[in-house]
Design a protein around this ligand. Structure first.
Ligand SMILES: Nc1nc2c(c(=O)[nH]1)N=C([C@H](O)[C@H](O)COP(=O)(O)OP(=O)(O)OP(=O)(O)O)CN2
Length: 149
């Protein structure tokens, strides 16, 4: 049975600020993030089964990623928990979707965080192979299961 990788791409709008960064990215600014989720597994070989020929139904993968990641991060402002309290409070006054994370919201840290979430949610008959998170058209971070065992 051949091992097959399947990938689904998502996008979401998110603002962030890099605390103490030496450049313009210390300011609150937004990106259209693109997240590519790649699974690996065996395609089901059960003629007549609704998922015959599939590693995982793309619709099922979409549902997991949308409910566990996208709905929380789309149109959110994400900041580092170490942001000084007065600044956090000011942002909270004007931002309904303010997400405070215990790390600097770089592409590297976000893709690692998303991998941790998805590893808990992907059914055991398939595996999370990799994630690629584009922050801009020219910048992305990747997470591979094989690099993190
Ligand atoms: N290793 C990382 N470096 C930077 C990150 C990051 O997450 N990881 N993030 C930023 C900023 O958020 C910035 O918005 C993105 O950086 P950059 O690719 O330099 O953005 P540009 O708009 O300048 O991209 P160009 O395509 O080069 O115009 C900074 N660094």
């Amino acid at each position: 049975m051949p091992r097959i990788r399947v990938t689904k791409r998502f996008d979401f709008e998110m603002a962030h600020a890099l605390l103490a960064y030496n450049g313009v990215c210390k300011n609150v600014h937004g990106h259209t993030y693109e997240l590519e989720v790649t699974l690996i597994g065996d395609a089901k070989n059960e003629p007549g089964h609704p998922e015959d020929g599939m590693v995982m139904d793309f619709g099922q993968l979409k549902n997991i990623v949308n409910t566990k990641i996208i709905q929380f991060f789309d149109h959110a402002l994400v900041i580092n928990a170490l942001t000084p309290a007065p600044q956090k409070e000011a942002l909270a006054l004007t931002t309904e979707r303010l997400t405070v994370l215990g790390f600097q919201p770089t592409s590297e840290n976000l893709v690692t965080y998303f991998a941790g979430i998805l590893q808990q949610e992907i059914p055991s008959n398939v595996s999370l192979f990799s994630l690629r998170l584009y922050e801009t058209k020219t910048s992305f971070a990747e997470w591979f299961a094989s690099d993190n065992q």
